[in-house]
Design a protein. Sequence first.
Length: 635
Amino acid sequence: MTNSNNPGKQSPPTDQKPEIPKQYSFLWLSAAIFLAFMWLQDSGAPKLQELAYSEFKTAVINDQVSEVTLREENITGLFNDQGRASFSSDDATQGSSPGFNTTRPPMDDPELLTLLEAHDVTIRAQPSGLLWWQELIRGFLPWILLLGLMYWFWGSAQKRMTQGGGMFDYGRSKARRAIKETSTTTLDDVAGIESAKREIAEIIDFLKSPGKYRALGASMPKGVLLVGPPGTGKTLLARAIAGEAEVPFFSISASEFIEMFVGVGASRVRDMFANARKEAPALIFIDELDAIGRSRGAGLGGGHDEREQTLNQILTEMDGFESHENILVLAATNRPDVLDSALLRPGRFDRKITLDLPHKDARDAILAVHVRKVPLAADVDLEQLAARTIGFSGADLKNLVNEAALTAARENLKEVTARCFEIARDRIVLGEKRDARLSPEEREVVAYHESGHAIMAYYMPKADPLTRVTIIPHGMALGVTEQTPTEDRYNYSESYLRDRIKVMLGGRSAEKIIYGEVTTGAQNDLKEATKLIRRMIGQWGMNEKIGPVGLSIGEEHVFLGREMGSHREYSEKMAELIDAEIQSELLAMEADTIEFLTEHRGQLEALAKAVLKKENLSAEEVEKILHQEATRKIA
């Protein structure tokens, strides 16, 4: 007879009782013995009336006690007829119990025996301790419970070892196995990284038909390293490979190799590669390789034995590949600079695939992938949206689409409109709007500050075009001046960087002109300007006094696997000169900015009044206000 819900599977008989595992038998037996022991201690004992010691002595004096049994400080006894009648009438709730129980105080009472003998009370003595069968149970019961617990624990451990899991399973690999039939991501879901897809397609083709390559003397690379900033699609590409390859795919995060027990990481590496060899050809994917692949014996505090043992085991396993095994190791990291050099040599990770932030056409393709299941309104232009999302990674673009869909749902719309995408972009770029109750004086300061940024962004020839000015607080900022590049930049000129710093100093300079002092609102502007000018002078050689010298200032960090005591590339005198030039350059650019804004003070005040009134101005509105003020001044 088959089950109607699962054809072909046998249904269990309805009268069949579930079988109790053998490891539970000792536990049930021990529990039964213990309960029997507790029951036998109390069974058959008569119900005794509790008396105070003084009441007991009074009953003896009144000839109401017939016999007593002495056992250390405990005294039990029987009433005679007179005693039963007396105590029954005194306490109706106790009934007519024939016996009583009392406890002698800790101090000795030498008169007790004399008193009992004087009133003809039969005296019995009971030895201390338990009866022989109680002593036997008490002696063997703990051992029976201990053996039963050990048997149960061992049986459970054996079961976990065969089925997976448990404390004896630490050395087994945590890699998850995926096959083509179970993966929902393919290379069609990956956009914007066409060169990387071509590289991966070649590897997949080698795994499917290695004979074609071997006929020409080619051998498959042992390892492929995916390198790129966070969010550029390294893990997504690995999932797509799992969906495309017709071979077993084992994926694991590098941090899953490390446990609190020494040697576990190396054991898991051996087990993972052993499983892959059994099912070769196969793919192994290790995410966040830098978690275990950092340079050995370096960094603050020295090396980490467990991590280094795990790394050594990975190197050994990759060296052990035979040409006929067809096992490829994929790894992803966003910190290739901290990886051990032994990982990157030929024969380990032979090929490196770099994934950069997507360009405009790539962003357009990525957005097209993510909006497949999103109902778009007619006013949504993905090409225009891609142009306005310069610097967005693939993960950022996915988040942008999701935020736009959430905005449409909050407003009960049937389709996602261009306005929803605009709101979503503002949330990602500018931060969440917050209700900050600024005083009129503070709003005015913020208005002049942002107007200073806006005028410098509008007039500086190399600066990024102005997009919007707002004094509505977003995130940690009380106001925002937004600039959007017209195209992707991969190389920055000195003039562009200097105009960019002047835009950063525009807010502080406007405060100096209007109020004669500055506020704390320029903290982040100063931090970014100082960082940029330091790199210009120390790394890019954009200073006449320092000259064309690349000093790698601020690039290394002792916790990233580099030597803490590495030799500095410049002297103290050079360091002082660099600091002096940084200060000099910033003071000079601030003076130029103040001079420029002073010449355009009328436009500064007009723009500040407009942004105070409307709180949010577009680039077109800013241009109109500045043009009107310039025309009025000329007239």
